[in-house]
Design a protein. Structure first.
Length: 203
């Protein structure tokens, strides 16, 4: 018998209406585990949760997986996928897989020694996407506008790695390609450098 962090043990007589969304979902997971299944399909089980509850649930899923079970988690929330998933599949609309691989690594923005992303643009919010094809940027500091595909080919990036490179965007415009290139239109001296670690940071 496996014991998981469940609100049932702390609130054995509580009605579902007095439990938080995260507690209800943990209790539901505990209910599913009673029959000791070897395979769990979890479809959007973190939807509607706050960031803290999402992190708790994803951590719990990983603990279940490391107990010897196969856990397939479908989610639109990517905040905690990196730290907790051993294998990541990214699908485009229509269900077409565009990436199959281990955790996608981590991205940080650190002070740059030279041209970097304008901190003001970063404060307003950046988005990390995967290549969809057709992306371009004007290479900093004052280079011409180039297709990302061509830059990757000329840069000697091996084909299997090209689809894993994170594309940092703002309002649909490419700001940076991993830690390789920054767009000149949003670059300032001593701005923010993209630091990408392509290995998942699993505890």
């Amino acid at each position: 018998m496996q014991v998981i962090d469940s609100p049932v043990s702390r609130f054995p007589s509580a009605l579902p209406t007095v439990l938080s969304g995260g507690q209800v979902k943990r209790a539901s997971l505990g209910n599913e585990l009673i029959s000791d299944p070897s395979l769990l399909f979890l479809d959007e089980v973190t939807s509607g949760l706050d960031e803290h509850s999402d992190r708790e649930m994803m951590t719990l899923f990983r603990q279940v997986a490391e107990s010897g079970k196969t856990v397939v988690c479908i989610t639109h929330s990517l905040a905690n996928v990196e730290r907790n998933c051993h294998l990541v599949v990214v699908l485009t609309p229509g269900g077409k897989p565009v990436l199959l691989g281990p955790g996608l690594g981590s991205i940080r923005l650190l002070p740059a020694e030279g041209p970097g992303i304008d901190p003001a643009a970063a404060r307003d919010g950046l988005e990390v996407l995967f290549r969809a094809g057709g992306e371009s940027l004007r290479v900093a500091p004052d280079g011409p506008t180039r297709k990302v595909k061509k830059l990757l080919q000329e840069g000697g990036i091996v084909p299997w790695m090209r689809d894993r490179l994170p594309i940092v965007c703002k309002d649909g415009k490419v700001v940076a390609v991993a830690d390789l290139w920054i767009d000149a239109d949003l670059a300032v001296e001593n701005g923010l450098a993209v630091v990408w670690n392509d290995k998942p940071e699993l505890d």
